[in-house]
Design a protein around this ligand. Sequence first.
Ligand SMILES: O=C(O)CCC(=O)C(=O)O
Ligand SMILES: [Fe+2]
Length: 308
Amino acid sequence: MPHPGQAHAVQVLHANDFNNNIDWFYARHAHLPVIIRGALADNPQIAGLDRAAIETTLHGCDLWAYDCATLTHGEYVKAETLFADIAAHRARYNVVDHSILETPLATDFSPPAFLRHNWFVGSPHDTNRFVASVNCSVKDSYSPIHVDPYGMQGWMCLLFGRKRWRLYAPEQIPLVYDMTSRRFFHRRLDDPLQFPLLDMADYWEGEIEAGDLLYFPAGWAHEVVTFEASFGVGGAIVNDFQIVESMRSWLWEYSQSGPGEFDFVDFVATMAELRPRTPDCAARTAAALKLHAEWQALPAASRYGGAG
Ligand SMILES: O=C(O)CCC(=O)C(=O)O
Ligand SMILES: [Fe+2]
């Protein structure tokens, strides 16, 4: 009998537990997903917004929305259309990564202090839009298992609502991914028999509600169920603390679906020169770039899983 996967509860901490110390956060906590209570203490104007105030603030904004059952087929939707859907329990759209910079919330918002070591801020590759985004989900939205691009670390903090996250470490991915179709298992659409290793995958699971922030490390796959209409702020991070893991994840992404929108290797090299902020930055970046060089030296057929 194959061994069944282990279910773990995501650890819950309070922002005060690590005193907003970035080094302590990465040394002690950031190797696993974690839920952090009280993480918007630096953003009283944002944290203080109730549902009505959020609706008023975003009125007139076009938000980039995905299909709420698959997280595909993006299109722009008016914020008031989304809030009308929420009120009517109409499940059509899920906004998960619309840059906060394109909304009035940007003026008041700064990421939580322990998550500010982020190479996306001010990079020559125009990556500021990844730093913080708004999330607006109708009840019963379901984001199937996926890995965020560029092996980004991610976080999401809810202002209202409730979501359950299930997360898989990078080494579990082959158990929940079909190599032939190059697709992750979709819990609501796929036949589990097509994914025979599924039950062997270890995962971490946790629920967030108003005031809670969920963080996940570089390259972790995740799926999210929205139990109650939710609104929050999230963000993405690439930095030298986890640059090797990000590079490994991006190389996998590249081999499955291409390089993404910007030159990740140049991004890593230039940001490491601009901002060697941890003592191990040079060594970690060199290790990440070496992974890329070794991958590039492979014959093309191996680099792209034989698909050419
Ligand atoms: O909230 C969701 O439905 C998906 C969120 C997500 O995948 C992310 O923030 O990376
Ligand atoms: Fe995601």
